[in-house]
Design a protein around this ligand. Sequence first.
Ligand SMILES: [Zn+2]
Length: 209
Amino acid sequence: MRVNQDERSKNAIRIQEICNHSESTQLWQGPFMRLPNSKPMAAFADHRSYMYKGREIDKQVHLGQDLASLEHAEVPAANNGVVVFTGPLGIYGQSVILDHGWGLFSLYSHLSQIKVEKGQKVNKGGILGNTGVTGMAGGDHLHFSVLVQGKFVNPLEWWDPHWIKDQVNRQLATLVPAAATTKPMVSKPAAAAEAVPKTKAKTGKPKRH
Ligand SMILES: [Zn+2]
């Protein structure tokens, strides 16, 4: 369906614009939080077909994670950040976008209600609004996306404390040497408590730092 595709690319451009400017400090800490007590409905990079009157009218790659909980479930901020967008966003419906700093953003869509305002600072777990069916949603659920420099990435990785610790922090330490000295997350384990979950990682691999 042309409307679907036109609208989709319009929405993608809009999201790109919103994610053009990011805080120059790292606001997020540790793994991202997912919608509590929710079941995954669709995963990142799922291929889906849109059917109309028994015919496939559109094919799309899903750029986020769909999570279903109770109707109108409260949606927590996945991590600390600043609200950079609230409002209708085409197929995504009523949406909130958070800037977590250093080009990292999260998107919450199909909301029935939004309880934050643009410019507002939020903490991990702070309520952004409620799930719903606004935009192109088959049923009450949360569409959750993570974007890096305006590019959709797999949210699963950002929920995973091991991945955050091994991949992201190490990468950031290499890319942003200043951050490694001001942020204690890659140095002593004791100092890293805020960035790393308290459960001990049993990877068996010795940490290089
Ligand atoms: Zn979705």
